[in-house]
Design a protein around this ligand. Structure first.
Ligand code: XMP
Length: 516
């Protein structure tokens, strides 16, 4: 069942996920594996080629990550990147030493001659470097393929084996020829067919669900309305039809029309068995008077479990709980190499749900990146509005109301959010922004309304737009002033209780994306 796979030996490079994604963008399946992986483990993964990643370490430093010589010698084509090139070259007789000065950023690469790895790239091209060591002297088995001003051996090829290395990073967009180099490696050197495409990936996910879930068993799926849980539900529904029950907990902290969208999509369009737990009043009652953000999160997590559990216990023959864990969640929880269950999402969102409920977990997306999940969502006919939506935090608008959560303050932030989203969709900015929202501050602001000075009950809304690929770091968006102007005017005119709108120009770090 395992598709032909490029195994990426993860030596700790910050770009290792990017390498995996770049390979998959070429329709070839890739997985991160431990540097210590054995030949048998690689065979079991249907490996057709190896990429040796970069690393923050030096090949000569104590405790530097290493791989087994037998893996290098097993005959799979190998592409070493940065540290990976130094390590494979060193194992095959080359001398690696520190450079005189570390090299970061763009530099000019000059090709020495024709080679299969560097076919179809210009003789002079820009590449992106990030290294403190380099290969100083090759053994007679290698030939250099190109150089940069500071790195005379910037790309290599073994004379008799399919072992290649590049000192620069082909996976980053700052290396324009990087995509071509990866394609050369995947197609011409490893002989990949490029069939890791959305149709196949979807069919495999469906087949594996059918294999696992017996004819008399049911699956429960907690729907949040976000892309991951929505695609999980759509896949399961395709696989097992009405043996799936979806539970949507309306915690009262949702955006405008959220419940309507979920009902229209999953119940009306897909005809799924969808149970909506209308628990807004219960959540609001528990949150009354609570100011501390961690306390709010704790209450929301706890209530979620209560409500979900009550709903789930009404579904007697349910054996499985489906959730939308993604490959980055698996990797970031430290389980990317060992294949154990990832916990991160559970703890982040729902606070240990499976510990309390004795379900077996089904995670059909756990090998997939977000862009692959989105493509599956489109393939399964989910609306664009769900597939391409910005992420929304599990505790909902609660993290966007600073201070006490009341019905009135919720309706202020919800109305502001609605205007913000409406304006960025209409102006074509939605897809250029990773996350856009409004935050309600617990301060009153002086203003004039009509001929009067306004103060009491007049609040401030902060508009926050960020761009980010992984949400670990983020920049504020240099958005159009006209758009900001329209949003500000509309919020102040249409949302009762707001007389000031500001724009957040903080990047993460040091700020976070949400204000809490
Ligand atoms: P911060 O504020 O930590 O947010 O920079 C990073 C990303 O995580 C989202 N976020 C959450 N997502 N449950 C979630 O599913 C949560 O409890 C949660 N808190 C923050 C946030 O919206 C941003 O995308």
């Amino acid at each position: 069942m395992t598709p032909p796979t490029i195994a990426i030996l993860d030596f700790g490079s910050q770009y290792v996920q990017l390498i995996a994604r770049r390979i998959r963008e070429n329709h070839v399946h890739s997985m991160l594996v431990s540097p210590n992986v054995t030949v048998e483990e690689l065979r079991a993964k249907n490996t057709v080629g190896l990429v040796l990643s970069g690393s923050p370490m030096s090949v000569y430093s104590e405790g530097a990550p290493d791989c087994r010589q037998e893996v290098i010698d097993a005959g799979w084509p190998i592409l070493g990147i940065c540290y990976g090139m130094q390590l494979s070259a060193k194992k095959l007789g080359a001398r690696v030493e520190a450079t005189e000065s570390k090299e970061y950023g763009r530099t000019q690469f000059t090709l020495h001659g024709a080679s299969d790895l560097l076919a179809h790239i210009p003789e002079e091209t820009t590449v992106w470097m990030s290294h403190g060591d380099m290969v100083h002297e090759l053994s007679g088995d290698f030939e250099p393929l190109g150089a940069t001003p500071n790195c005379p051996i910037a790309a290599v090829k073994h004379k008799t084996r399919s072992v290649y290395g590049v000192q620069f990073h082909p996976e980053v967009t700052h290396t324009p020829c990087g995509a071509q180099i990866l394609r050369n490696f995947l197609y011409d050197i490893c002989g990949c067919a490029g069939d890791w495409k959305v149709g196949l990936v979807t069919e495999r996910a469906i087949a594996s669900i059918r294999d696992r879930v017996g004819a008399n068993e049911r699956v429960i799926c907690g729907l949040s309305g976000g892309v991951d849980s929505s695609v999980t539900a759509a896949l399961l529904h395709k696989a097992i039809g009405d043996r799936l029950t979806c539970i949507f907990v309306d915690n009262g902290l949702m955006r405008n029309r959220e419940v309507d969208l979920v009902e229209a999509t999953f119940r009306d369009h897909f005809k799924m068995d969808l149970r909506v737990a209308d628990a807004g009043e219960q959540f609001l009652a528990r949150l009354e008077g609570v100011i501390d953000p961690q306390e709010k999160r704790k209450i929301i997590g706890h209530e979620f479990i209560e409500v979900f559990q009550a709903q789930a216990s009404g579904i007697p023959d349910a054996k499985y709980l489906a959730q939308g864990t993604l490959y980055p969640d698996v990797i970031e929880s430290g389980h990317g190499h060992s294949g154990q269950a990832a916990n991160i999402k559970l703890h982040h969102n729902v606070g240990g749900l499976p510990d309390k409920l004795s379900f077996e977990l089904i995670e059909p997306l756990r090998d997939l990146f977000k862009d692959e999940v989105r493509r599956i969502g489109e393939h399964l006919g989910l609306p664009k509005e769900i597939v391409w939506r910005h992420p929304f935090p599990g505790p909902g608008l609660a993290v966007r109301i600073i201070g006490e959560i009341t019905r009135e303050r919720l309706s202020v932030v919800r109305a502001a959010d609605d205007i913000i989203i409406d304006e960025i969709v209409t102006s074509g900015w939605y897809d250029k922004i990773a996350q856009a929202f409004g935050v309600l501050l617990p301060v009153s602001s002086v203003g004039v309304m009509g001929d009067d000075r306004s103060y009491h009950g007049q609040s401030v809304i902060v508009v926050r737009f960020v761009e980010s690929t992984d949400f670990m770091t983020a920049d504020w968006v240099h958005v159009d002033y006209e758009l900001l102007g329209r949003i500000s005017t509309r919020i102040m005119n249409e949302v009762c209780g707001v007389n000031r709108v500001t724009y957040d120009i903080s990047s993460k770090p040091p700020a976070t994306i949400e204000w809490e």
